[in-house]
Design a protein around this ligand. Sequence first.
Ligand code: G3P
Length: 222
Amino acid sequence: MKFFIDTANLDQIREAQDLGVLDGVTTNPSLMAKEGITGEANILKHYVDICNIVTGDVSAEVIATDYAGIVSEGERLAKLHPQIVVKVPMIKDGIKAIRYFSNKGIKTNCTLVFSAGQALLAAKAGATYVSPFLGRLDDINYDGVELISQIVHIYRMYDYPTQVLAASIRNPLHIVRCAEAGADVATCPLNAILDLLKHPLTDIGLAKFLADAKKFQTESVK
Ligand code: G3P
């Protein structure tokens, strides 16, 4: 399973990249606003800055919601850098635009997906990635990971090349359960990735190894 980081924060992207486990980045308008990135020129420059830090795909989301607007904004984004993936919302004009981009060889990420039916449409339109938001489903008492399994099952049955990009991940258990469900990608906040490191027995074991090593060194000096 590929690991993407779900942020527009350059320091966090660098930290995940330095860890050596990062395969790409996803952003959205809320994440860009959180970093204070506003105005078209700044937004476009920020996407290029992100592409220059990582080697994998970088999702950049369109703001337009009509077909012509999505197409022209998406083409502008795609021209920015070969790593850019145009992120398009799961709406009627979005699906039409994904078909257009797919025919032109422009990579897409169909976002705001909350049902298997929506995921099926995204695959039919030729989306490169589909982004089911599992955390937001959990928030309203639906099983988000169950949706990931359902989409993976359907895509495998029909050999759709669209990759299942599990989004709205909130914790390390979400990441592990997405891996079990067969998601192609998990896009996660940095803290969820770092929390995968944690286990109390690792800390206790390491403390004991270091204490024993110190004892051994002291004894050899005597
Ligand atoms: O990038 C989309 C998605 O990951 C948003 O997550 O936590 O705002 O539901 P969240």
